[in-house]
Design a protein around this ligand. Structure first.
Ligand code: ASP
Length: 297
C-alpha cells in the first residue's frame, strides 16, 4: 500500500481474476503495463480520472489476451455480448452498457452515457445509443480474436481506478462475461455497487470474478462501506472476497482493486491469478504483478 500527498495522482488497473495459464503470463503483464501507460499519460498531462480510466480500459479492450472488447468470450449461441461500467466519483454519475454487441470499446460507449440521466442501457438499445454517438460498428469476427484452447471456461474482466490531481476518483470495468453464458446474461460488471463504485468522499473500487455471486453480495457496496468506516483497502477487499465461495460455491472467486480518497492503493484476490499494475506520481516506473504473493516478495 502507498500513501500519497494531497493533489497527487494514482492509477491501478487489473486484467482479471482467472485460472493460472503460464502461456499467458507475459501477455497479461505486458497488457496491464500498456494500460498503465495509457492512463498515466492522461494523469501526467493534468487530465481527469474518468479519462484515465477510459484510456486504461480501452487499451485492455484492444488486447486479445483479456476477456473484454477484442478477445471476449462467446456466449452459448457463439455470439459476443459485452458489458462495461464507468463511475465518476465527483458527482456519482454512472454510464454503463450491458450485453452490447459489435463495438470495439464498450467503455467508450459507457463514457458517452456518463453525462446522460440513464445509468444503464442494454442490448439493442445500447447498440442504438452507440451508433447515435458515433461509435464505429465492428464485425463480430473482430471481437472473436483467436485464443488458445483452454482447459477451463474463460471468464474475467478488466478494470481501472484512478485518482487525479484534482482529487477526483473514477472507476470502471469491461468484460466479455462468461464463456458460454446465456444470451442476454449480465453479471456484476456494468452494475454500480456490484462490480465497481467511485465516490470522491471515500474512494473507488473495481472487481472481477464470479459475477452472479458478486452481484448477490453487492461486493463493491460492501467494500465501500468498510472504507467509509476507515478500514484499509486490502483487508476490506480480502474480507468481502472471502465470502464468495461460501455464497456461490467452491469455484466462486475474484479480485478487486482500490484507491481511497487519500490515495491509498490496495488490491486483493482469492483467484489463482489477478494481474494488477499500479503507478503513482511518486513512482518512476509502474509495478506489475500476476499474484499478490509476487508483490510481497
Ligand atoms: N464478473 C464478470 C462477469 O460476471 C466475469 C469475471 O470477471 O470473471 O461477467
Amino acid at each position: 500500500m502507498t500513501q500519497l500527498k494531497e493533489g497527487a495522482w494514482a492509477l491501478i488497473v487489473h486484467g482479471g481474476a482467472k485460472p493460472d495459464d503460464p502461456a499467458e503470463h507475459e501477455a497479461n503483464r505486458d497488457g496491464i503495463l500498456e494500460a498503465i501507460a495509457a492512463g498515466r499519460a492522461v494523469l501526467e498531462g493534468g487530465g481527469d480520472a474518468v479519462d484515465a480510466v477510459v484510456a486504461s480500459i480501452a487499451t485492455m479492450e484492444a488486447l486479445p489476451v483479456f476477456n473484454a472488447g477484442r478477445g471476449s468470450a462467446p456466449n452459448e449461441a457463439g455470439g459476443i455480448e459485452m458489458c462495461s461500467g464507468l463511475m465518476d466519483g465527483r458527482n456519482l454519475a454512472v454510464g454503463a452498457v450491458g450485453a452490447i454487441r459489435c463495438v470495439a470499446h464498450p467503455v467508450e460507449v459507457a463514457r458517452s452515457l456518463l453525462p446522460e440521466k440513464e445509468v444503464l442501457l442494454v442490448a439493442d438499445g445500447a447498440l442504438e445509443f452507440a451508433r447515435a454517438k458515433g461509435h464505429e460498428a465492428v464485425p463480430e469476427g473482430f471481437l472473436k480474436a483467436d485464443k488458445p484452447a483452454r482447459a477451463e471456461a474463460v471468464h474475467d474482466t478488466v478494470g481501472a481506478v484512478a485518482l487525479d490531481g484534482g482529487g477526483n476518483i473514477a472507476a470502471g470495468t469491461s468484460t466479455g462475461g462468461l464463456d458460454g453464458q446465456k444470451v442476454g446474461r449480465i453479471g456484476d460488471s456494468p452494475m454500480p455497487g456490484l462490480g465497481y463504485y467511485a465516490d470522491n468522499h471515500i474512494g473507488g473500487v473495481a472487481f472481477s470474478g464470479d459475477g452472479e455471486t458478486i452481484a448477490r453480495l453487492a461486493l463493491a457496496s460492501r467494500v465501500m462501506a468498510r472504507l467509509e468506516d476507515g478500514e484499509a483497502p486490502e483487508p476490506a477487499i480480502a474480507q468481502v472476497l472471502a465470502r464468495l465461495p461460501g455464497t456461490g460455491g467452491a469455484d466462486a472467486d475474484g479480485g478487486g482493486i482500490c484507491i481511497t480518497k487519500d490515495g491509498t492503493l490496495g488490491w486483493a484476490h482469492n483467484s489463482p491469478i489477478f494481474a494488477v499494475a499500479y503507478m503513482t506520481h511518486e513512482m518512476d516506473t509502474p509495478k506489475a504483478f500476476l499474484r499478490k504473493d509476487e508483490e510481497q516478495k
